[in-house]
Design a protein around this ligand. Structure first.
Ligand SMILES: Cc1ncc(C[n+]2csc(CCOP(=O)(O)OP(=O)(O)O)c2C)c(N)n1
Length: 598
């Protein structure tokens, strides 16, 4: 057994090529055994085992820096950098994160979670090194899915004109979560199929002749000039034209070839793109056959999905409505299944648009559809919508474009942790003039709210709902913008969304005011709250900029002199179960009970 608990990059560097190959299969075995139990991003990690082993063979972290785009594919990096024995704790309370995190390890040079940022971050680090006279390299690993995001091009554009020691590894597997879409996917496929290596290239010879100091591993690679020349550069592709040296395409499951290619890239001492092709889910048949389903899997003991999630309720309801409304178009940023749009896609493929990981584009594209007379519904995770703030203001709000945002994963998301919580949609969207926000507490309310958002609102109409299923049955038979449950208490709870279920269980101790249309804040809500001595706000959203803050400000302006207490989210709460995250924030039943007191 070559895979040991305390495995390190130094250890890997000492292995023979054959041993590294064996090590890769052992790592793959560990990944399948562990992640099918803990849950996590299985398919993406199975695809990057050889790549990461090759990276650690050639480079020396933390002096050299690795930036993993999204960061969902870095488990092998965690294994090699002292975290093998913690792999079985991944994504659990006090365990290691499913993404790179610099507080977790000095080998994790930059946070992971959101897509398409790696080239910009890596370039910044490479520039900082250059300014400090540090000769080490920065390696960004980016998938073809993440390369559909606009920021990746902003990074390429700025990197190509520098002389930084920057290596971009493009990991192409033809998949985002679903099949990768767009013209770029076609372009990369073409580039890959060209398979044309230049046998001799002056530029490579130059590098070999003009590289004065090379390490031991590189020295032996450099001596093997003939083999290296096969990685010589294929000129005149998109990346070359942007100022990168291009190496590839390389079989991303061949450790030796990749070690050589990366060694060449390292020696170049200038921006260099290494194009590797891999198989998502490699080595585990179910994940190879259905990499979409195995992109992210749930822990083995997680609750069975016999209740209909908010996501599914939204997807099916929208599909029903769209049968009689040909104007409805749907948009996803590479999250067809995650947002429940697969039902719509199946019935109305011509009105469905997967735009790639391009949330900014998705908002402006939606505004364009609206300008063209369509009724666009952009379904997006709350945390990924964050990058579209300007598009919402400039492209939608000013000219009052009517678009519907189906904001999924609003609230705590559990195991993905702080990068994925949907806490900022409320603070963000309430500052976009003309927006209207609904936060149903179960699927029945969701259904009524969706129709309101589609047909009764103007401008940006938002439907926000969390991951998973509702905590209760609201019994709603028709739309209401708020619900006041009054038992004659002096105290009142104000809340909305799924945690309404907890509040209602406390309605013998405090009356409850549940908002369903949470923004704009209705006068009637202020009127009801003003009549109570004590108001307890509970909100599954970030406190700064929350609805609670806004209501408090207006109550004070109106002269309210009673007691107020606000419990909302104030911190980045790490990976855990949703149940525990709600508990940590004081938003579970027990927490609420304690806060309102007897
Ligand atoms: C801004 C943003 N939007 C959406 C996502 C969700 N997401 C995570 S991984 C992924 C697909 C990434 O594909 P690729 O980069 O090719 O990596 P692969 O999983 O294929 O290895 C998506 C859409 C995200 N992390 N960030």
């Amino acid at each position: 057994m070559l895979l040991k608990n305390d495995i390190s990059a130094d250890y890997i560097k000492k292995l023979t090529g054959e041993q590294r190959k064996i090590l890769c299969s052992e790592i793959r075995h560990l990944l399948v055994k562990t992640v099918t139990n803990t849950g996590g991003h299985l398919a993406s990690n199975l695809g990057t085992v050889e790549l990461i082993v090759a990276m650690h063979t050639v480079f020396d972290t933390p002096k050299d820096k690795f930036v993993f785009d999204v960061g969902h594919q870095a488990y092998t990096h965690k294994i090699i950098t002292g975290r093998a024995k913690k792999l079985n704790t991944i994504r659990t309370e006090d365990g290691i994160s499913g993404f790179p995190k610099s507080v977790e390890s000095e080998h994790d040079s930059f946070i992971g979670g959101h897509s398409s940022i790696s080239i910009s971050a890596a370039l910044g680090m490479a520039k900082a090194m250059e300014l400090d006279g540090d000769d080490h390299s920065v390696v960004a690993v980016i998938g073809d899915g993440a390369l559909t995001g606009g920021e990746a091009y902003e990074g390429l554009n700025n990197a190509g004109k520098t002389n930084c020691n920057l290596v971009v590894v493009l990991n192409e597997n033809e998949m985002s979560i679903s099949k990768n879409t767009g013209a770029l996917a076609l372009y990369l496929a073409q580039l890959k199929s060209t398979q044309k290596y230049y046998k001799t290239k002056n530029s490579v010879k130059d590098i070999l002749e003009n590289t004065p100091v090379i390490g031991k591993t590189l020295g032996s690679a450099a001596r093997n000039t003939k083999r290296m020349l096969k990685f010589a550069l294929y000129q005149s592709n998109l990346f070359e034209n942007l100022g990168f040296k291009y190496i590839g395409p390389i079989d991303g499951h061949n450790v030796e070839e990749m070690t050589e290619a990366l060694s060449v890239a390292k020696m170049m001492k200038r921006p260099c793109l290494v194009h590797v092709y891999t198989k998502k889910g490699k080595g585990y048949a179910p994940a190879e056959e259905n990499s979409g389903e195995y992109h992210g899997i749930s822990p083995v003991n997680s609750a069975s999905a016999d209740t209909v999630t908010f996501t599914e309720a939204f997807g099916r309801e929208l599909c029903d409505i769209s049968r009689t409304d040909e104007n409805i178009c749907t948009i996803t940023a590479a999250m067809k299944y995650g947002t429940g749009l697969q039902y719509f896609y199946k019935e109305f493929p011509e009105r469905f648009f997967d735009v790639g990981i391009a949330e900014e584009h998705a908002v402006t594209f939606s505004a364009g559809l609206a300008a063209g007379g369509k009724l666009p519904v952009f379904a997006v995770y709350s945390s990924f919508l964050q990058r579209s703030y300007d598009q919402l203001i400039h492209d939608c709000s000013i000219e009052k474009r009517h678009i519907v945002l189906a904001v999924d994963r609003a609230g705590f998301v559990g195991e993905d942790g702080e990068t994925h919580h949907g806490m900022f949609d409320v603070p963000m969207l309430t500052t976009v003039p003309g927006s209207c926000i609904y936060s149903p507490s179960d699927n029945k309310e969701l259904s009524f709210c969706l129709k309101k958002a589609l047909y009764d609102d103007e401008g940006i109409a938002v439907l926000r709902y969390p991951r998973g299923a509702a905590f209760y049955d609201s019994g709603a038979k028709e739309y209401y913008s708020y619900r006041h449950i009054s038992n004659g208490n002096k105290k009142i709870i104000f809340t909305y969304g799924r945690i309404t279920a907890n509040a209602i269980l406390l309605s013998d101790k405090a009356d409850v005011l549940q908002a369903v249309r949470i923004y704009p804040i209705e006068e009637k809500i202020l009127e009801i709250l003003s009549a109570y001595d004590e108001i307890y706000f509970f909100e599954e959203a970030f406190e700064s900029g929350s609805i609670s803050e806004k209501i408090c400000a207006r109550l004070i302006r109106n002269g309210y002199r009673g007691k107020v207490s606000v419990t909302a989210v104030n911190a980045f709460i790490p990976h855990n179960t949703v149940v525990n995250q709600l508990k940590i924030a004081g938003l579970d039943y027990e927490g609420m009970k304690k806060i309102i007191g007897e």
